[in-house]
Design a binder for this molecule. Sequence first.
Ligand code: PNS
Length: 162
Amino acid sequence: MKHTAIYPGSFDPLTNGHMDILERAAQMFEKIIVTVAVNNKKTAVFSGEERVELIRQAIQGKEWEHKIEIEQFTGLLINFAREKEVNVLLRGVRQISDFEYEFRMALTNRRLAPEIDTVFLMPDEQLTFISATIVKEVAAWGGDLSSFVPDHVAKALHEKFT
Ligand code: PNS
């Protein structure tokens, strides 16, 4: 039985799409370690600590809150997974265009760590167009973020971009 999964990502910032995946995963696993990558060479708007805090606030009060741990990590994901003794990675796939990159990443991880597999989940179809990159673009121009991210994330984004 696979009781624990790692849900890795940049989460810069957390979106409604991430929350949808997390909610689905919480029905399938006993514990999920949301793993915030702080070393992936992308210039981040939010620090690792800020991203962790935004996720923490988003899950507050959820029925499945007790299943979630949030951690930052630096380095190779498989090393983090091995350290935690977890061999399931979760990734959300929104569209076919995501799949090529996800497929390469999953197979690279499997080559590096054959005991670790990646499980792909699809978000609600209404959320498939949402990405943290697009959300930041809308935020940079002062657009309405209410249908893309939780309210406290929208507030944090507007603060960053003003
Ligand atoms: O939310 P993102 O930016 O699509 O997440 C990508 C992430 C952080 C999961 C990926 O870049 C990652 O795992 N980075 C850590 C380095 C690593 O282990 N890469 C996997 C080999 S391809």
